[in-house]
Design a binder for this molecule. Structure first.
Ligand SMILES: Nc1ncnc2c1ncn2[C@@H]1O[C@H](COP(=O)(O)OP(=O)(O)OP(=O)(O)O)[C@@H](O)[C@H]1O
Ligand SMILES: [Mg+2]
Length: 259
């Protein structure tokens, strides 16, 4: 009886992971030279977690994020995304699962210049089954969520960096992903704007969204609930954040442009 109970508990625990990586390795072949970028990474991330990834340049953070985001395949190991092992999926299958389950935010916003905030946000729905009206509704809702309802018809050049990044976050949310992946989303932003972006991430996470973000900045990482530190292609440390600050509170103590 005890054994059965233990088994079912373990199964339950496994099912609740939105991400389960098992001994991931990644090699890059560079004309004869071989880079061993990931050297056995195993980690579980449950639904609703908010994880920050830190580590020196070259330690494998982006390589790991690219695997999590189904942009690339591991050289060996297993990657379960919502309990499906996608490590051996081909490019077409990876693209499909990526569109359905993953939202991406990058350091350099990557918005289309001649396209409004609303159109930029709606772009990923082009590959979904939504009709035009449904797409517009989703994009409008996503822009509301990031506090940009009043900028919907603005072009990127008419917005600040922080506003452009918020459009990029709205675009990442528009297909209702299971996970949001952000690789140095505040890397191009000043301190206050960075905290504003973290405020949005915290509020999305409060609503249940699983978020994984790479950052070089300790004070940004502390807005997450858990920090993984990479070194030489491995996870060197994995710990919860104690006394996590609320970005909304921190913003009250920071000077604004008008100050
Ligand atoms: N496409 C690629 N081809 C060849 N080598 C690569 C490629 N991408 C990454 N690498 C190498 O793999 C290792 C890990 O790189 P990765 O980009 O994952 O590091 P990182 O932790 O994201 O660094 P940074 O903080 O500078 O962004 C490095 O040695 C890097 O040079
Ligand atoms: Mg990187």
């Amino acid at each position: 009886m005890a054994a059965i109970q233990k088994d079912s508990t373990e199964t339950l625990a496994a099912c609740s992971s939105v991400i389960r990586a098992v001994d991931l390795h990644k090699y890059y072949d560079l004309g004869g030279a071989r880079v061993h970028a990931l050297r056995g990474v195993s980690v579980k991330i449950a639904r609703g977690e908010f994880v920050a990834i830190m580590g020196a340049s070259g330690s494998g953070k982006s390589t790991f994020m690219n695997l999590l985001g189904c942009l690339d395949r591991p050289s060996s190991g297993q990657y379960f995304l919502e309990d499906v092992d996608v490590a051996n999926y081909d490019k077409r299958e990876l693209a499909h699962i990526r569109n359905q389950k993953i939202g991406f935010v990058f350091q350099g916003f990557n918005l289309l210049a001649r396209t409004t905030a609303l159109e930029n946000t709606a772009l990923p729905t082009l590959y979904s089954k939504l009709n035009h009206l449904e797409s517009q509704k989703r994009a409008t809702d996503a822009l509301h969520m990031v506090g940009l309802a009043d900028r919907m018809h603005h072009y990127p050049s008419q917005m600040s960096g922080g506003q452009q990044q918020r459009v990029a976050i709205a675009r990442a949310l528009v297909n209702l992903p299971a996970i949001l992946l952000a690789d140095e989303p505040t890397g191009n932003l000043d301190s206050r704007t960075s905290v504003e972006i973290m405020e949005i991430f915290q509020s999305l996470n409060d609503k249940g969204l699983t978020i994984i973000l790479v950052t070089h900045e300790q004070d940004i990482a502390e807005f997450a609930k858990r920090v993984l530190i990479f070194r030489d292609g491995k996870i060197r440390s994995d710990h919860p954040v104690a006394n996590r600050p609320r970005a909304a509170e921190v913003l009250k103590t920071m000077p604004t442009l008008e100050d």
